[in-house]
Ligand binder design. Structure first.
Ligand code: ADP
Ligand code: ADP
Length: 230
């Protein structure tokens, strides 16, 4: 079952920058899929199509077998299904405290207060951030901010989690902790889509790897297929 599929999507920013050209990308349910490419290649732009933040200039985005419908109500549904963790946690964390930040998503879903509380607790524990509930997110280190941003998405229990460069800027220990968490979530059934500009640990975990350059997918396959001639 394909949970994310883009069909020939092209995207041009309002200023005329052509960021994606006829991109065909697919993530199968329950897999880890990695998107590799240098800075500026179009990784963030592609990911922003997966929950309707961006709408392709041409082509189609299919989530869970349905073409994305860009009305407000349908977008809400997609955003509960596809959780995106942005590259820069400062784009995501804006509440005065960690606990309020992580509670924001599940509260917006209209869940009862005790359910929100238990989800927040579980999410903070999964990312190893218990004890930081009352801290303002901007007082945290880069790695801690990333973990809180991930917790905020986890608390919504999305079917698919999309992470834009989740290991960038982290030390090797922080990066491997995050990768281990993602691997664990995947073994529990979550589909994971992850981008990186480093040929780091990411591809080892991925069952499928795409390489993007200047807005085009230039290679795809298993990690060993993609890297055989590098
Ligand atoms: P990556 O995530 O791989 O670093 P991006 O998707 O951020 O790449 O960028 C792809 C291209 O689109 C780059 O040329 C970038 O400068 C451009 N771009 C990104 N965001 C915008 C924007 N808001 N307006 C105009 N151009 C943008
Ligand atoms: P990334 O490479 O991961 O997209 P960037 O540092 O390139 O991160 O971009 C940071 C922010 O600036 C993003 O919100 C992106 O959309 C925006 N941006 C990137 N390139 C441009 C551009 N050429 N024009 C306008 N905004 C841009």
């Amino acid at each position: 079952m394909k949970v994310i599929e883009t069909k020939d999507i092209t995207y041009e920013y309002p200023d005329g920058t052509k960021a994606l050209e006829k991109v065909n990308f697919m993530a199968e349910e329950g897999k880890i899929v990695a998107l590799l490419g240098p800075n500026g290649a179009g990784k963030s732009t592609l990911f922003l199509h997966f929950n309707g933040i961006l709408r392709p200039s041409s082509g189609a985005v299919v989530i869970d077998g349905e073409n994305v419908n860009y009305n407000k109500k349908e977008l809400m549904k997609i955003r509960q299904k596809v959780g995106i963790v942005f590259q820069n946690p400062d784009d995501q964390l804006f509440a005065p405290t960690v606990v309020e930040d992580v509670a924001f998503g599940p509260m917006n879903m209209g869940l009862p207060k005790d359910e929100v509380e238990s989800r927040v607790k579980e999410a903070l524990s999964r990312v190893g951030m218990e004890g930081f509930e009352k801290k303002p997110p901007h007082h945290l280190s880069g790695g801690q901010k990333k973990r809180v941003a991930i917790a905020g998405i986890l608390a919504m229990k999305p079917k698919i989690m999309v992470l834009d460069e989740p290991t960038s800027g982290l030390d090797p220990k922080g990066a491997s902790q995050i990768l281990r968490l993602l691997y664990q979530l995947n073994t529990e059934g979550m589909t994971i889509v992850i981008s990186t500009h480093d040929v780091d640990l990411v591809p080892i975990y991925a069952s499928k790897v795409y390489i993007i350059s200047e807005g085009k997918i230039i290679k795809q396959g298993t990690a060993s297929e993609v890297f055989e001639d590098v």
